[in-house]
Every structure is written in C-alpha cells, then in structure tokens.
Design a protein around this ligand. Structure first.
Ligand code: GDP
Length: 295
C-alpha cells in the first residue's frame, strides 16, 4: 500500500541528511520533492501545494526551538499534516437505532456489495449485532444473487424481493421485517451504475429520504484516484453521505484518493477494504495511515 509514495517521501527527506538546520533553501528543495511525490500519487495540485506550504511554515517556525535533526523535524511535521489531511481523528459509523439503518451507495464495481457483506460480518462478530442484509438492486439479478451467496457464507439473512421493482418499497419492507424479527441493524445495498447518472442518483436519494438511515456510506475504489474524488463529490452533493469506504487498498493504489477525499467532501473515511475476503476490512485511522506512508 502506497509503497511508491513512501519511497518518494523517504527520498525527499534525504536532501536534509547531514544538514545542521533547516534553511529556506534546503526546506524548499525537500518540499519540491514532497510536492512532486504527492502529485504523482494523484493528489490534486491545490491540495499538494497547500500541504507543502503548511509544512514549510511550521518547519521554519519550529526550527530554532528544537534539538532534533532537520529530517526528523520535517518527518514529524509531514506526519501531522498527513493526519490532518485525512481528517484528524477516526470517526465511527453510527449503527445504533431500533434498528440502526446503514445505506450503501457508490458506482457499480466499487465494492459496495462486498463491503456490505464485510460490514455485516464485522457487526455480527465484533459488535455482537444481528444484522439483516437488504438487496435493493432492482436492475441486476446477479447482484441479488451475489448478496445471497455472501449472506449464506456469513450466516446472515438476506432480504430481497425479485418481483418488486421499486427499491424504496423493498427497503421499507425490509425495515418492517427487521423490526418484527429481531434484527437490530439493517444494511441496504443499492444499485450502482458504471458512471454517474441522474436516475441512479434520484433513486438513491429517494431511498435515503424514505428510510432515514442512521448512516449513509459512500463506497469507492481507491485505485481510481482523482476519479474517486470527483465521484465522491457528485454523490455527496446529491445525498450528503456521512462517511466514505475506500476499497481495494490492497491493490497497487497510489494514495491520492485517501489523501484528498476528506478535503474535497469534508466527510471522513471510516473503513478501508483490503481484499476480497469477508474479513479484509480495517477501521480507518488517519494517524496509522500516515505512519504507513512515512514508513
Ligand atoms: P459493487 O458492484 O459495488 O457491488 O462491487 P462488488 O462488491 O461486486 O466488487 C467488485 C469487485 O471488486 C469484486 O470482484 C470484488 O471481489 C472486488 N473487491 C471488492 N472490495 C475489494 C477490496 O477491498 N480489495 C480487492 N482486491 N478487491 C475487492
């Protein structure tokens, strides 16, 4: 994960090795490398520039007060700023309620259905909840089958209705079913499409309005870089989601999405997907991610 970015940060700090103190010149040279590394990781220009400006100001400001080496100082400041960029503190998802209702949104192929299964598994085994999975993709029978396969594998019940073509009605019926059958969290998996389209957006907005979820999550493939960020913005403008799930972080992802989504939509990343298996999810902690990036 982010190997290339880590290597590039490391290389940038090498400029400072053997230097007695931070100067305008050596810090500028280092931060030029840092900025290039961020841009190559698919971080947008504005964010990369703001990042290096903040680091520079802090470094110059703290220079005289410290006994640590310039490269240690800059590493520390970059760590603080990376954490800030990714949202600071971890934020939990809200699955409390009677039942708690979690609405999943995102494009087709983002990993929505896989993550719905992972979340059900996590709630069942780590939070001692009794989740119900709901298949609301009325266009792709294969998506309903996929959720049933996952449910069976996990021992989690799946609610679906292949005759009903209105996702709002399916979601409402599922909540009624959950209430009378002792399920305390409902996870609603919705239809995604290959690209943003109005109909999909209207549909998910209608589902959200009808069921009033305790948590609306937007799932996005980290490998898609700035596209992921643009998609997040479009979904957030329409449905004002609560948190982001970044999937496929086990792949050869460069890091841009993880580093910029928070800045663009002002919503935290809450979980990351790190594989196809049902236990391949991690709670997202900005400071642990910054540790990884800086090695
Ligand atoms: P959906 O269309 O959004 O419901 O996407 P799916 O859940 O069907 O996932 C699309 C593909 O991505 C499937 O082949 C999944 O196995 C795969 N996938 C989902 N999450 C991850 C992940 O975190 N890591 C990897 N490597 N693959 C994932």
């Amino acid at each position: 994960m982010f190997e290339n970015l880590s290597e590039r940060f490391d290389r940038a700090f090498k400029v400072l090795k053997g230097q007695g103190q931070i100067t305008e010149i050596n810090v500028a040279e280092t931060l030029k490398e840092v900025r290039r590394a961020l841009l190559d990781a698919d971080v947008n220009f504005k964010t990369a520039k703001e990042f290096t400006t903040k680091v520079k100001d802090k470094a110059i400001g703290r220079n005289v007060l410290t006994t640590v080496s310039p490269s240690q100082l800059l590493t520390k400041i970059c760590h603080e700023e990376l954490v800030e960029l990714m949202g600071g503190e971890h934020e939990d998802i809200n699955f409390k309620g009677n039942p708690g209702i979690i609405l999943m949104s995102g494009l087709q192929g983002s990993g929505k259905t896989t993550f719905s299964g992972k979340l059900a598994n996590w709630l069942k085994n780590k939070q001692r909840k009794n989740p119900l999975l709901v298949a609301c993709d009325v266009y792709r029978p294969a998506a309903i089958d996929q959720l049933h396969v996952l449910g069976e594998q996990l021992g989690v019940e799946v609610f679906s209705n292949r005759e009903e073509k209105d996702p709002v009605k399916i979601a409402q019926a599922a909540i009624t079913y959950a209430k009378s059958n002792g399920f305390n969290v409902v996870i609603v998996d919705t239809a995604g499409r290959l690209a943003i389209d109005e109909k999909m957006m209207d549909e998910i907005a209608a589902v959200k309005q009808a069921i009033n979820p305790t948590e609306t999550l937007f799932v996005v493939d980290a490998m898609t870089g700035q596209d992921a960020v643009n998609t997040a913005k479009a979904f957030n403008d329409k449905i004002n989601f609560d948190g982001v799930i970044l999937t496929k972080l086990d792949g050869d992802t460069r890091g841009g999405a993880a580093l910029t989504i928070k800045t663009v939509v002002d919503k935290p990343i809450k979980f990351v997907g790190t594989g196809e298996k049902m236990d391949a999810l991690d709670i997202f902690y900005p400071s642990r991610m910054a540790d990884r990036i800086l090695g």
